[in-house]
Design a protein around this ligand. Structure first.
Ligand code: AMP
Ligand code: MG
Length: 446
């Protein structure tokens, strides 16, 4: 608790130097931080996108049908197109003989008109010839027997009476020309892709994907793919953040690693100004070399918060001044790899999804039973990495190993974050717990 107070005293001093307000009140609840961040985000402008690329995006306009679906009346079966009045009371014992005057296959324009006592052979999806109003499937005729006997099929016996319009799919049955088919704001799934394809749309206006600039900071960081020097670690945050950006629909722009000096950080931030969001990691806590704070403060209006959560207490949010345009929002994630991922989950993901025009932001939350304890040392809300499994209809959450904010492999083992509230010192095994589901087990629950 002592170190807690010291930290804040230190912060107040630093803030005073920069002429910025920064005191105890900057200890924020998760909800307060979330709301302050989200106030800066709204859906981006529309962009025309080829239909398949639009998958997963949000429709930026209402889609009205430019044509009827189906465009013309067509057959729902392989059979004979007839006039219903010709087959009234037909049965196996009292078949009706009709003269077969032609054939229409799918995609062909019918050339014959079905006159009284005639029929046209017709295939599924073929346009109903004029005069016909009903289709009798082959199974209700002597077609199959005739065919087997090598009959030229110049006539056919109809052996069932079917209601008027049977097996005919009328024009506009699914969609009428001019009808509103998909609302603006709809998330495009495979079904929506199919609906728009059936209307002949090759491209559609969707909400643009945000470009998210990603910058790691720290003298200890080494680029992946290079050999590791003494006292260095690989930069995993750039990779996990970029992967998270891709997963939630953004376009990562990798800015690399900024060293812990003012010039390097400044120059790397230049390249961030044409993005929709900048995500940095590290340098927002209390270390001696955290010049990130200084540079960010000089470059814009920036807030450095302590959020009442574990992991991911230190967090920066603000805007970079942009001589070329609008200020660019910047989210400064903590450096520890799990903290960076959890802070991304709670704050960056909703911001990105909002820019994408997506509603219903939070992940699914389930209630389950803890199978091991979650400890809460200092009154923060704990998001514990857990392996969630469903057995006999109940979710069980097992702590996924060590919970240190540097232990990234337990993040990999986890598929959920179980919540221990601020005011609880321990959530015990056997207690019920709320779990944010990051993904679902794919095993079938037998
Ligand atoms: P800092 O916030 O700069 O004090 O960093 C906190 C911790 O996170 C330190 O142990 C850093 O080495 C570690 N860290 C910072 N950036 C990264 C990164 N990009 N990848 C992996 N670990 C990092
Ligand atoms: Mg650092």
């Amino acid at each position: 608790m002592n170190s807690h107070i010291q930290h804040h005293a230190g912060d107040a001093e630093a803030a005073h130097q920069h002429g910025h307000r920064h005191n105890q009140q900057d200890m924020l609840s998760v909800e307060e931080a979330y709301q302050r961040i989200m106030a800066s985000f709204s859906p981006l402008e529309p962009v025309e996108m080829p239909l398949l690329e639009a998958l997963g995006h949000v429709l930026a306009v209402d889609i009205s049908a430019p044509l009827d679906l189906p465009p013309s009346a067509n057959s729902g079966m392989d059979g004979y197109a007839v006039r219903r009045e010709d087959i009234v009371d037909a049965s196996e014992d009292a078949p009706r003989m009709l003269k077969v005057i032609g054939l229409v296959a799918a995609g062909q324009v019918p050339t014959q008109t079905v006159l009284p006592a005639t029929a046209v052979r017709i295939m599924t999806g073929a346009t109903i010839p004029s005069g016909a109003d009903t289709v009798v499937p082959f199974e209700e005729t002597d077609e199959i027997a005739r065919k087997a006997a090598g009959d030229p099929l110049e006539e056919v016996a109809i052996m069932a009476d079917l209601p008027y319009g049977c097996n005919v799919r009328p024009a506009g049955e699914d969609v009428r020309q001019g009808q509103l088919v998909l609302d603006r704001g709809t998330v495009i799934r495979p079904a929506e892709v199919g609906v728009m394809a059936s209307l002949g749309l090759g491209s559609v206006p969707v909400v643009r994907s945000p470009v998210v600039a990603i910058l790691a900071t720290g003298d200890e960081l080494s680029e992946i793919g290079h050999s590791l020097e003494p006292a260095k670690i690989y930069d995993s945050n750039s990779a996990s953040v970029a992967a998270s950006v891709i997963e939630c629909g953004g376009i990562p722009k990798m800015l690399g690693i900024a060293r812990d000096n003012i010039e390097d950080l400044r120059s790397k931030l230049e390249a961030a100004l044409d993005s929709d969001l900048v995500i940095t990691s590290a340098g927002v806590s209390k270390g001696d070399y955290d010049i990130v704070k200084d540079v960010l403060t000089q470059r814009g209006d920036m807030n450095f918060w302590s959020v009442r959560m574990r992991p991911a207490k230190p967090l920066a949010f603000g805007h970079l001044n942009n001589p070329k345009g609008r200020p660019v929002p910047l989210l400064g994630l903590p450096g520890n790899p799990v903290s960076a991922m959890v802070a991304f989950e709670m704050f960056a993901r909703p911001a990105i999804r909002t820019m994408l025009g997506r509603g219903r932001l939070p992940r699914p939350v389930v209630e389950g039973v803890l199978t091991g304890p979650i400890h809460n040392a200092d009154g923060r809300r704990v998001y514990a990495r857990v392996e969630v499994e469903r057995r006999n209809g109940t979710y069980y959450a097992k702590p996924a190993g060590p919970q240190g904010s540097n232990i990234l492999t337990s993040m990999s083992r986890a598929n959920g974050l179980a919540i221990c509230p601020e005011n609880l010192a321990t959530k015990r095994a056997g207690e019920r717990v709320r779990i944010i589901m990051l993904d679902w087990n794919e095993e079938v629950d037998l």
